[in-house]
Design a protein around this ligand. Structure first.
Ligand code: URA
Length: 244
């Protein structure tokens, strides 16, 4: 039987049930799809805590975060650290943000109810196994800056996987990866190849493992097909023809 994620344990389900209200800021969020909470290990085995920003279309369907274009880039990043299972991911916001991470979004993120609840969640995710927190994008950078529990962990602040300039993003990730490697014990041989060239290729991505999805999702989910079907301009890698 294919692996699947059985979902949260009681403590996490309770904390997520007690999530902060976004009612006063709902104009900035896509509330219709509901909150989307996490991806990865909730059993305390995560060596790496990943912080993203907010869910998009693929995440709405999968009910797990970072599974679409951005997520497949992050999964490729984790491959370069030799991490294929021992991670857990949460976002800055539970709902999709309308527009960019701007001053208003940062104020919302830092508001007491959202910040304190999120810090409690991060405290629950941090265990004796946790070695590093990797925050992708300026919204996520603020999240770690606001989280006292980040003390004692190696903190990395790379650019967000959807950063508008692929070349700049790839150069940034090439700089950050060697800084993280000595601080995270790999579980498989790390992929030591740097990002070469200015655009993402299929080889730079990694499929989202079946064990990260709920039971019953189609096989192609998390492999690029969904984003490809939705919009050829929004696939996680470019130059389809050139790449075969
Ligand atoms: N980008 C993020 O930062 N998080 C997601 O869940 C999806 C895209």
């Amino acid at each position: 039987m294919a692996e699947f994620d059985p979902g949260p344990t009681n403590a996490f389900a309770t904390h997520w049930d007690n999530r902060p209200s976004y009612a006063s800021v709902k104009a900035r969020f896509r509330m219709n799809w509901g909150p989307i909470y996490y991806r990865g290990r909730l059993d305390g085995s995560a060596k790496v805590i990943i912080i993203g920003q907010d869910p998009a279309a693929d995440e709405n369907v999968a009910r797990r975060i970072l599974v679409g274009s951005a997520g497949q880039r992050v999964q490729g990043f984790l491959r370069k650290l030799g991490i294929n299972k021992s991670y857990v991911m949460v976002n800055t916001f539970l709902y999709g943000l309308k527009g960019q991470i701007d001053a208003e979004a940062k104020t919302i993120s830092a508001s007491a109810s959202i910040k304190n609840w999120r810090n409690q969640l991060l405290d629950m995710l941090k265990t004796g196994q946790t070695q590093a927190v990797i925050a992708f994008g300026t919204g996520a950078h603020q999240v770690v800056d606001l989280w006292p529990g980040a003390a004692g962990l190696f903190v990395a602040k790379p650019l967000h996987p959807s950063f508008r300039d692929d070349a700049g993003l790839r150069a940034n990730w090439n700089t950050v990866l060697p800084q993280i490697r000595p601080n995270v014990t790999p579980e498989v041989a790390p992929d030591m190849t740097p990002y070469v060239g200015n655009t993402f290729k299929k080889a730079d991505l990694e499929n989202i493992p079946a064990r990260d999805f709920p039971f019953g999702v189609p096989k192609w989910m998390g492999t690029g097909d969904m984003a490809w079907r939705t919009s050829p301009t929004q696939i996680a890698w470019k130059s389809l023809a050139a790449d075969g």
